[in-house]
Structure formats: structure tokens, C-alpha cells
Ligand binder design. Structure first.
Ligand SMILES: Cc1cc2nc3c(=O)[nH]c(=O)nc-3n(C[C@H](O)[C@H](O)[C@H](O)COP(=O)(O)OP(=O)(O)OC[C@H]3O[C@@H](n4cnc5c(N)ncnc54)[C@H](O)[C@@H]3O)c2cc1C
Length: 319
């Protein structure tokens, strides 16, 4: 099936061009993702409004949405079908005031750091949980991204998604059932926008700025931010830290091909140059198996594997 899908990529790209889009065929994902890893996306396309997105979803080929690629492990064989990224109008922000609360409706393609800056310029705050998280709002919602300062789910009022086939649906925060790095976005749904609760008062703004600055400073001191990575590879198990467990298993600094378990933070795997997805996968399995052998704890990956992996790779086989 995947071979025949690949054969149709020029045909599908031609249809998208006729509809006014600018798809790229065989776009190397290692050029865009944070890890600098991954083979070709058959068709990679930016969409700037809902109409363009519905054209993409109407093509009857599998569709993978990417945000900023900061939590993606893309297979060496690449991604079949269409890979889509939200830009333009799908990155817009609009303030909505009502019933004593200030909210902002945000296009899911906007980068967290752009949103935080835009809010700050208008005297608004409340999303400090996203400070230093290098993704888009869509990716943040999908992962319920967060830090020691909180999680995005705490600020979500409602989310608009397109279901596979292009059907729109509005989901409330309660329906999304946010928990640690989890959000119940339906399978295959694309988050297109979100209504987020923010704060607006002068004293609070100054305190939030100071808190964010201290938080960013702490991150710079403890994380290998100068090397390609996707942040934390594993979720923290209840009551413990994945990084501590991997370090205790003696794997800090361990290498496979061009990939290394960071010397700085053992829950980061860094690309030292030329790492493949297979190199990272081997380290993921090794870390998970070593920690399991030593402690009985089964670490669960936080990064999302996308694309065409060898059969049986994901979910990870039991330790
Ligand atoms: C240096 C570094 C530090 C990090 N620190 C943190 C941290 O402190 N806390 C934290 O939570 N994360 C952290 N991360 C991981 C990452 O930034 C977050 O998980 C982020 O939310 C991913 O967003 P993204 O837009 O890059 O998504 P991507 O990596 O592009 O995609 C991640 C997943 O979300 C899906 N997705 C993306 N956009 C949409 C959409 N619009 N609709 C539906 N699904 C979508 C993708 O299909 C994929 O399954 C870090 C990463 C790096 C590189």
C-alpha cells in the first residue's frame, strides 16, 4: 500500500497545485525538524486558511500534521501521503473579552514564543507554562505541553478541530480531558484554533515576566539547548524523573551512530551530526530496557514517532 501511495505523489501534488497550493514533493524532513532527522515527506504543503486545509483533507490520502517539529521523530523512510503545516490565517490571534474574563482565540499554527511575545506587548500573560517550549499551539495542545510553571490545558476553554474527512468540531476543555502530556484530541483530528484564558493586570504582568525570566534561566543551565534534540524523550513516571532513572542506569553520554544520550540531561537524546532515526530508536529501546531491568519501571516515550517505520517498531515492543 505504501509503495503505491508513493507512486501517486506527483499526481496528488498536481491536484494541489491546481487548487492554488504550493506543495513540495520529497521534502527532506531532516531539513525542518528540531532533531534534523528523517527521510522524505512524499508531499509537504503549507496551508494558510481553512479552505486550503479542507482541499488537503479532501485528497483521500493519509495526512500528517506537523507543528514546529520539536517533538517529532520522523522515520528514515520518510512520511507517506501529505504532510501539512499551518501558516497564515491559521496563525492569527484575536482577543475576546466577556463576563469578566479575557480570552484569546489563537490559530493553531502560531509558535508559542510568538504568541507569548504578542500577548506581552498587549499587557497580557497567563501562558508562562509555554515559555521555552519551542512548539506551535497546535502541537502544545496535542501534547498538553507544559513545564514546572503549569500546562497549556489549564488555560484551554475550547478547541476547534477538523476531523479526518474535513468535518469541523468544537471540543470543550472537559471533553479534551487534559492530563500529564495527554489530551483526548480524536485520532487523526487537526487542531485549527483554540480559545485560551489569559490575564490582564499591570502588577501581575511584572510578576509573570520575572517568573518567566527565572524559569528560562534555569532551563538554559540544565538543558543541552545548543544541540539538535526534541526535548524530553520519555515522560516522567509517577513520582520520579526519566532523566534521573536513565542517568542511574549508567547511560549518560552513551552513543549510537550520530545520536547520544546527552551528557547534560539524560532524558535528552542529541544529534551530534548525521544521526538517523534508527540510531535514536536504538537508544530509546536501550534506555527503556536498562531502566526496566534495574527498577521494573517501564518508561513511556513522550516524543511522537511519525512516518513509515519498520513493522513492530511503535508502540515499543514490551521490554
Ligand atoms: C529544546 C526543547 C525543549 C522542550 N521542552 C519542552 C517542555 O519543557 N515541555 C514540553 O511539554 N515539551 C517540550 N519540548 C517538546 C515540544 O516542544 C512540545 O511537545 C511541543 O508542544 C511540540 O509542538 P510542535 O508544534 O513542535 O509539534 P510537532 O513536534 O510538530 O508535533 C508533535 C505532535 O503533535 C501533532 N500536532 C502538531 N500540530 C498539530 C495540530 N495543529 N493538530 C493536531 N496535532 C498536531 C503532530 O502530528 C505530532 O503528533 C521541548 C522540545 C525541545 C526541542
Amino acid at each position: 500500500v505504501s509503495g503505491s501511495l508513493r507512486d501517486t505523489r506527483h499526481e496528488v501534488a498536481t491536484r494541489l497545485i491546481r487548487a492554488g497550493l504550493a506543495p513540495r514533493v520529497d521534502q527532506l524532513m531532516s531539513r525542518t525538524g528540531y532533531w534534523r532527522i528523517g527521510g522524505p515527506a512524499d508531499i509537504y504543503v503549507d496551508v494558510s486558511d481553512m479552505h486550503q486545509l479542507s482541499v488537503v483533507l479532501g485528497q483521500d490520502v493519509p495526512c500528517t500534521v506537523v507543528g514546529n517539529g520539536s517533538n517529532l521523530l520522523v522515520a528514515d523512510a520518510g512520511i507517506r501521503g501529505i504532510t501539512v503545516r499551518l501558516i497564515g490565517e491559521l496563525r492569527a490571534t484575536q482577543v475576546e473579552e466577556g463576563a469578566g474574563a479575557t480570552c484569546v482565540r489563537v490559530g493553531a499554527g502560531i509558535l508559542n514564543q510568538v504568541l507569548l511575545r504578542r500577548l506581552d506587548e498587549q499587557g497580557m500573560y497567563g501562558l508562562a507554562a509555554l515559555a521555552g517550549v519551542p512548539g506551535s499551539v497546535g502541537g502544545a495542545i496535542r501534547m498538553n505541553a507544559g513545564t514546572s510553571l503549569g500546562e497549556i490545558g489549564e488555560r484551554v476553554v475550547e478547541v476547534d478541530v477538523l476531523l479526518p474527512g474535513g468535518h469541523p468540531r468544537r471540543l470543550t476543555a472537559a471533553e479534551l480531558n487534559f492530563s500529564y502530556r495527554h489530551c483526548a484530541v480524536p485520532n487523526g483530528a487537526i487542531v485549527v484554533s483554540a480559545l485560551l484564558r489569559v490575564d490582564r493586570n499591570a502588577a501581575g504582568l511584572e510578576a509573570a515576566r520575572a517568573q518567566t525570566a527565572a524559569h528560562l534561566e534555569r532551563r538554559r543551565a540544565t538543558q543541552p539547548l545548543d544541540q539538535p534534540s526534541c526535548g524530553s524523550v520519555f515522560r516522567n513516571p509517577p513520582g520520579d524523573a526519566a532523566g534521573r532513572l536513565i542517568e542511574a542506569s549508567g547511560l549518560k553520554g552513551h552513543r549510537r551512530g550520530g545520536a547520544q544520550i546527552s551528557e547534560r540531561h539524560a532524558n535528552f537524546i542529541v544529534n551530534e551530526g548525521g544521526a538517523t532515526a534508527a540510531d535514536v530508536y536504538d537508544l530509546v529501546l536501550l534506555a527503556r530496557n536498562r531502566v526496566h531491568a534495574a527498577t521494573g519501571i517501564v518508561l513511556e516515550p513522550e516524543v511522537h514517532a511519525v512516518g513509515e517505520w519498520p513493522a513492530g517498531s511503535w508502540p515499543l515492543p514490551p521490554p
